[in-house]
Design a protein around this ligand. Structure first.
Ligand SMILES: [Zn+2]
Length: 479
């Protein structure tokens, strides 16, 4: 039933388009779900990723439709990037749709079905990567292939990229961009990022399109004391000094700092929520009263770790190191704190902030290398200073319009993504990248990302494909 209903929606969306729009319609509304099943059946858990297996599958789909195919082999066996280009007349620069092929691994015994079988049950497609982001691979691929199937005449090339090593590894988009930029250059791009969130009533509440990603920096806390025999403890014990510093940080939180897209996002939440939450969202985005902001922060943060994270630099202790044998009091103790930072955050300011909180000269605070190569450290530094992608572009405006058209009544808002993505090579060159997981999901579905029984609704894949296809027709087809 659901599928037939969506089929009607799709038919309307595709045939009602003006101008050069295709008159043929996807034969089945759940074609994207079928494609996703095949994609999920390829195990791309990284390590090792085995992205080449997915590249070979995608080649069998794209090549017969006239796409120019490039499978870029990395120095690691079995790891490759897949690029399919549909040629336009060249009068405009290409548009690129990118999604990573690799996924995190699974705790197989905690799944109620095979995570690599593409199981469809109760209107959902289940499998590792269904949300992050093989669902996106399927939607972007399906939308791009529909352009070819419907013989849409294009003003610009449309490039589809399925990438390796986003979830970890050496040969990610940074490597690819260094080696093969000519195959990736574009006017703007879509990637993973914002969310299409459904309420319990099944209606889409909001569509958030990420225009920036948070970045990261890690600080090393080193407490110094006297190294001596454990039979004669002294007051300057490095482990106690570090523990006291950590207790202070545990009781501390950074101040909210809303960039314009986060303000816009909170103002969208004002419209999609009930009091008292709507009041807290409003005050967080618009109030100048420190007491009201503090109250809003408390109420929002205690309910939602994602919202807590996007409005501030977050602090997470990730390593502790002290001691080497049972009868020695060590002379030093170390803790590593991982910060996920708002764009424009200077690590030196974070160091000052944390030193003030600890207020103990026996604890040194420095940036932690985290084993990053100088090139990676430079890349992260660049990421921290990168401005958000502009909302003043054809792609952003069109995606916003098509999101509203596809999900009537939904708020559409820019968004700061709470983590990093593989959009760096484009954003670092000033090319706008807009992030979206192109399928409506509930907060409950979202919890399963990187977790167990990850799933995406069949109907959401269909409407997401419709939204992305209509966006591509508008920004790439000949008028
Ligand atoms: Zn992802």
């Amino acid at each position: 039933m659901q599928a037939r209903h969506v089929s009607g929606l799709l038919a309307c969306a595709f045939v009602c388009l003006a101008g050069p729009a295709p008159s043929t319609v996807s034969s089945s509304a759940d074609e994207t779900a079928q494609l996703l099943r095949e994609i999920l059946a390829v195990d791309n858990s990284n390590p090792p990723g085995n992205e080449d297996k997915l590249a070979q599958l995608l080649k069998t789909k794209f090549a017969p439709l006239g796409f120019q195919i490039d499978i870029i082999q990395t120095p690691q066996a079995g790891k490759s990037h897949f690029i399919a280009r549909l040629k336009g007349d060249g009068s405009k620069k290409p548009i690129l749709l990118a999604a990573h092929a690799d996924t995190v691994g699974v705790e197989r015994e905690k799944w109620s079905m095979d995570p690599f079988a593409g199981v469809i049950k109760d209107g959902y497609v289940y499998g590792r990567g269904a949300i992050d982001v093989k669902g996106g691979v399927a939607v972007f691929a399906q939308a791009v292939m529909l352009l070819a199937k419907n013989k849409v005449k294009l003003e610009r090339d449309v490039i589809f990229l399925s990438e390796a090593d986003e979830e970890g590894g050496t040969y990610n988009t940074r490597w690819l961009a260094e080696k093969h930029w000519d195959k990736l250059d574009c006017e703007f791009s879509l990637n993973e990022g914002g969310w299409i969130i459904k309420g319990d009533d099944g209606k889409v509440k909001y569509v958030s399109i990420s225009t920036a990603d948070k970045s990261g920096v890690s600080l090393l806390l080193t407490a110094k004391g006297t190294s001596t025999h454990s039979s004669m403890p002294r007051p300057d014990n490095a482990i106690f000094i570090l523990a006291k510093a950590m207790a202070k940080i545990s009781d501390y939180d950074t101040k909210p700092k809303l960039i314009p897209s986060t303000k816009a996002f909170f103002n969208a939440l004002v419209k999609t929520s009930e009091p008292p939450m709507s009041t807290y969202f409003y005050n967080m985005a618009n109030s100048d009263d420190p007491a009201k902001i503090a109250e809003a922060d408390r109420e929002i943060s205690s309910r939602d770790t994602l919202l807590h994270a996007i409005m501030r630099n977050t602090i997470a202790p990730v390593f502790l190191k002290a001691g080497f044998r049972g009868n020695v009091i060590p002379g030093s103790a170390e803790a590593t704190l991982n910060f996920r930072t708002i764009p424009g955050t200077d690590p030196e300011d974070l160091i000052k902030e944390i030193k003030n909180v600890i207020d103990d000269p026996r604890v040194e605070v420095t940036t932690a290398s985290m084993g990053l190569s100088p090139a990676m450290a430079k890349a992260y530094a660049g990421l921290r200073n990168m401005p958000p992608s502009t909302e003043d572009s054809d792609l952003y405006r069109t995606l916003t319009a098509k999101a509203k058209e596809t999900y009537p009544g939904a708020e559409v808002t820019p968004y700061l993504f709470q983590a990093g993505t593989d959009a760096f090579p484009w954003r670092s060159k000033g090319i706008p990248v807009y992030g979206i997981y192109p399928y409506p999901i509930t907060a409950e579905d979202l919890k399963r990302m990187h977790g167990n029984d990850e799933r995406v609704p069949v109907e959401s894949l269909a409407t997401g494909t419709q939204m992305i296809y209509n966006t591509l027709v508008e920004v790439a087809a000949k008028k």
